[in-house]
Design a protein around this ligand. Structure first.
Ligand SMILES: [Zn+2]
Length: 268
């Protein structure tokens, strides 16, 4: 299938989208929108693969354990390795560090440990990382810790090794964005860029090669769908806004987004 648009991060594997997936998929097909269904724990990672198998033209999957969505799960490397090898799995995650609600040292140590295992998994299977980094209020702490960890891994790898990373639902400042771009990595934006000016300066200053578009559906619907359940096809509004901020035509921006998806996730 030839895509018009691509949403690099959504959750067709979660409520309420999973229950209404037939309709959601029909609307995506109609508009030529594909997506990556992102796992947040072992169960939802398996569902993401099942969905991708059932809808091979529209859906791909990631497998991973979110830093605080399911704190009771114990990360089992071998079990995730089995899933990660699946040909429809295009990234490991969403994984990373989330200091928004809890900044205790104990939580940070635990999150870092699980994150490192998933970096090792991404390196073993040679697939990119879908990063979830959420700092505590008024700080960039989680981004700095994620970047320090990722850069230390890259320094250990042979020069020929290229670990790819995308920072999903990016809310970082210009210095964090620059550090991501210098490493050749990407950051993806969501609905909030359509109703907040907080992101304008960073998007204007970041090369288009380092920017991706996503919805994080069912969360964070863009204008003019605010308050509704977000679906992947609404990514068109995010792309429109990126085009406006970058001074590109919508068509140019759309093509740039598709070529980034191909480069990072191998999807075309
Ligand atoms: Zn997500």
């Amino acid at each position: 299938m030839q895509f018009n648009y691509f949403d690099i991060h959504s959750h067709l594997n979660l409520k309420p989208l999973y229950e209404s997936r037939a309709g959601v998929l029909a609307r995506m097909k109609e508009q030529g929108v594909g997506t990556i269904t992102v796992g947040v724990d072992y169960g939802t990672s398996k569902i993401a693969i099942d969905l991708a198998e059932e809808n091979p033209d529209l859906l791909w999957a990631t497998v991973g354990l979110h830093p605080n969505d399911n704190v009771d799960e114990i990360f089992e490397y071998e079990k995730y390795l089995e899933l990660a090898k699946h040909p429809k799995v295009v990234a490991i995650g969403e994984c990373g560090l989330d200091y928004f609600r809890d900044q205790s040292e104990e939580t940070k140590i635990q999150q870092k440990e699980i994150f490192k295992k998933q970096i090792e998994l991404a390196i073993e299977v040679g697939k990119p990382l879908m990063i979830h980094a959420r700092p505590s209020k008024g700080s960039m702490d989680a981004y700095k810790d994620v970047l320090n960890i990722l850069e230390s891994y890259c320094n250990l790898q042979p020069a020929t090794f290229n670990l790819l990373c995308n920072f999903h639902f990016f809310v970082g400042d210009l210095s964090i964005a620059n550090r991501i771009a210098i490493n050749g990595w990407t950051m993806s934006y969501d609905g909030p860029i359509t109703f907040s000016t907080d992101y304008d300066e960073v998007i204007r200053s970041t090369p288009i090669e380092n920017i991706m578009a996503e919805t994080d559906a069912p969360y964070a619907a863009p204008v003019p769908y605010r308050g509704k359940t977000c679906e992947s096809w609404m990514v068109t509004e995010v792309i429109k806004k990126i085009a406006e901020l970058k001074g590109m035509t919508e068509e140019e921006c759309k093509q740039a987004m598709l070529s980034n998806v191909k480069r990072v996730f191998g999807i075309e």
